[in-house]
Ligand binder design. Structure first.
Ligand SMILES: [Zn+2]
Length: 268
């Protein structure tokens, strides 16, 4: 059962917050996704996964709204980008209000790369200021890892994003409009470049990646695969969320020892 802040009554919300103390917040974007996928693809993916995460955690599902920070798609029809300041103010206000209601743990479930710097900045600030615990989940990268072995790729408008839309509503994934799978020269290298966690550069307009604004293989997505999309990615996210809590528990002596059975030693 989803404890959605928007559909619960006030007493129901009070009860859900008191019971769980955890809120799951989906974060996505409204931006062009080629001729075959909806502009809200990232938001749809984030919300699907976040709802499944909230359900499995018995946490409150707190909607954020559909918009994100996406200057790289600005000017392409269908795109509406927030300024970083607007996004950060919105996320700050929503989390501060939830904290006032009794939420002490926040799981941010994001599906859009342009939001990462801002969401991490807000999480860092609020964890310090409110004393709440923040966990940032990049659900798109979790999906990329989980589907890699079966040929799924996280490209803008490609197979994994098509799968997410199909999982929500097959009628919204107009795969036949995409034409042939497309792989512009150097697009993959540009994605690897901007997604590296070590040394990376920045893309300022999507046409630097692909002239058509998207690339990949939408036909990789199948109705069969789409049935388990939300559960599969949510389980992948939750496994890593558990690591975060385990690390904190070990550090704060709330468990008997580390996973290999040795007791924690102060190393300072
Ligand atoms: Zn996308």
């Amino acid at each position: 059962m989803i404890h959605d802040l928007a559909t619960m009554t006030s007493p129901e919300a009070a009860e859900a917050v008191a019971r769980s103390g955890t809120a799951v917040v989906p974060i996505g974007s409204i931006e062009q996704h080629g001729p075959h996928l909806p502009n809200g693809t990232d938001t749809m993916a984030a919300e699907l996964v976040a709802r499944a995460v909230a359900d499995k955690l018995d946490a409150v599902y707190a909607p954020f709204g559909p918009y994100g920070v996406t200057p790289i798609h600005a000017g392409h029809p269908g795109t509406v980008t927030l300024r970083r300041q607007t996004f950060e103010a919105l996320l700050t206000d929503i989390c501060t209000e939830l904290h006032g209601m009794g939420v002490h743990t926040f799981v941010l479930v994001n599906w859009h790369e342009g939001n990462i710097a801002s969401m991490n900045a807000v999480a860092t600030d609020l964890q310090d200021r409110l004393g709440a615990t923040f966990v940032a989940a990049q659900a798109c990268y979790v999906a990329q890892r989980l589907y890699r072995d079966e040929g799924g790729e996280l490209t803008h408008g490609g197979g994994i994003e098509t799968l997410a839309v199909m999982a929500l509503d097959p009628d919204l994934a107009k795969v036949e409009r995409a034409g042939h799978p497309t792989r512009p020269a150097g697009a993959e290298e540009m994605d690897l470049m901007r997604r590296s966690s070590e040394v990376y550069g920045f893309v300022t307009d999507v046409s630097e990646l692909a002239q058509d604004g998207w690339y990949g293989n939408p036909t990789w997505a199948t109705a069969d695969r789409s049935k388990t999309f939300a559960d599969t990615v949510a389980d992948g996210v939750l496994e890593l969320v558990a690591h975060v809590f385990r690390a904190r528990d070990i550090r704060h002596g709330r468990t008997g020892g580390t996973s290999d059975g040795t007791d924690e030693k102060e190393t300072s």
